[in-house]
Design a protein around this ligand. Structure first.
Ligand SMILES: CC(C)(COP(=O)(O)OP(=O)(O)OC[C@H]1O[C@@H](n2cnc3c(N)ncnc32)[C@H](O)[C@@H]1OP(=O)(O)O)[C@@H](O)C(=O)NCCC(=O)NCCS
Length: 181
């Protein structure tokens, strides 16, 4: 399939990441602004096919983890939060999303995280099915989470075999969390 996933450089790529969001996400609320991608604590990666940027992944160590990130909650350095999984429409439905999800799970394991958390719009059947395919389960439903009144599902994958690992989470100095995935 010739897919590569490579680190983005926030300062250089923030505008391009925001432009990709505009092409991938229907709802404006889900589209990150350049300043957001330049924030400390957010790491972004390009998904490339034959050297062309076709998607992006953004994630962060979830220092304020709670089922509802609008609430303040305890520091949770063992949790990787998936902020965004975005693929251009013309590349969807051919298994590339599954490659991206497998990469996210591998990233979490390799960096010693014990848990992965993400949010999905209740009507985002593809995203929910993709997460479930990798073992994510629904842990909460947040009513009226999005600006248009849609509910969010909180989806979580416990990486139990990395829990007692000697590898500790890599320090990512995030300052807060983001609500749209
Ligand atoms: C989510 C996204 C990355 C999935 O990428 P994709 O390449 O289309 O996904 P895949 O082709 O790998 O499909 C993976 C699984 O998703 C599910 N799926 C795919 N298309 C689906 C659809 N139209 N309806 C329901 N489930 C679907 C299936 O379970 C599929 O596995 P299967 O083919 O073995 O049945 C892509 O649709 C996307 O970028 N969407 C817009 C942004 C977004 O909503 N991101 C998620 C929240 S951040």
């Amino acid at each position: 399939m010739n897919i590569a996933i490579v680190a983005a450089v926030a300062d250089r790529d923030k505008k391009a990441l925001a432009a990709l969001d505009r092409a991938c996400f229907l709802h404006e609320e889900d589209q990150g602004e350049p300043w957001y991608y330049a924030k400390s604590g957010i790491e972004s990666f390009w998904v490339k096919k034959d050297r062309k940027r076709i998607g992006a992944i953004s994630l962060m160590q979830h220092r304020t983890y709670a089922p509802d990130p609008r609430c303040l909650a305890k520091h949770s350095p063992d949790t990787l939060y998936l902020l965004s999984t975005a693929l251009l429409p013309e590349f969807r439905g051919r298994g590339i999303g599954a490659v991206m999800k497998a990469w996210q799970v591998a990233y979490a394991r390799m960096n010693g995280f014990a848990r992965i958390v993400t949010h999905a719009r209740i009507d985002n059947a593809t995203s929910i099915a993709l997460n479930k395919k990798f073992g994510f389960r629904e842990t909460a439903r947040l009513p009226f989470y999005y600006d248009n009144g849609a509910d969010a599902l909180v989806m979580e994958l416990i990486l139990s075999d990395t829990k007692d690992s000697a590898v500790r989470p890599r320090e990512i100095s995030s300052r807060d969390s983001h609500s749209s995935t």
